[in-house]
Design a protein. Structure first.
Length: 195
């Protein structure tokens, strides 16, 4: 009997480990993105999670996914409009799509970081989709892709890649099941710290 209890305990411990590991990454477009940041937002009182590909981190990322819960905001469409208005304050053009039937909003935009110089620059393409949270309030998913360019030729190459990439990325985010928010404070972690 003792042996059976040890086997059962070991089995359930292994199941818990597998479940914990599954919540620490999400799959998107054929790649795994690992949870490297989770913190409760003081502004919205919900958790904000950031996921990165293996080998990338907060400074070196090329692709990033974020999920955020807004437990006290009940209109995803209002969230999309509010964020677009915020971007407009900084003269950042964006595209906005609203689906009243599904009560969702989605927008995309490009941030340009040039550190006050003409070149090199960093272009960051972002898509945000807002939907009703299955728990309460609203939830969002963000996909961001970063391009670094050092000369005019690279700008033209990135522009062509982006024009081809954008419609596919918008369609994928429009149709993705938004993952649950991980409700734990982990601050920043390094992928090298993961098992």
């Amino acid at each position: 009997m003792k042996r059976l209890l040890i086997v059962i305990f070991t089995f359930f411990s292994m199941v818990n480990i597998v479940c914990a590991e599954d919540s620490d990454y999400i799959k998107y477009n054929g790649s795994k993105y690992y949870l490297l940041y989770s913190q409760k937002s003081n502004e919205h009182n919900g958790y904000y999670n950031q996921y990165f590909k293996k080998g990338e981190d907060f400074d070196s990322w090329t692709d990033m996914i974020a999920v955020q819960h807004f437990p006290n905001v009940y209109s995803p469409i209002d969230l999309a409009h509010t964020f677009r208005d915020y971007l407009g304050q900084y003269n950042c053009p964006s595209s906005l799509w609203i689906d009243d039937n599904k009560n969702t909003g989605m927008l995309d935009f490009i941030l340009i970081d040039s550190d006050g110089k003409k070149l090199p620059i960093t272009l960051e393409f972002n898509i945000f989709r807002y939907a009703k949270s299955p728990d309460c309030g609203s939830i969002s998913i963000q996909y961001a892709k970063k391009y670094s360019v050092a000369d005019v030729e690279q700008v033209n190459t990135v522009k062509k890649k982006f024009e081809k990439f954008r419609p596919k990325a918008l369609d994928e985010i429009r149709n993705i099941d938004i993952p649950d928010v991980v409700n734990k404070d982990i601050g920043e972690i390094n992928l090298n710290d993961l098992p």
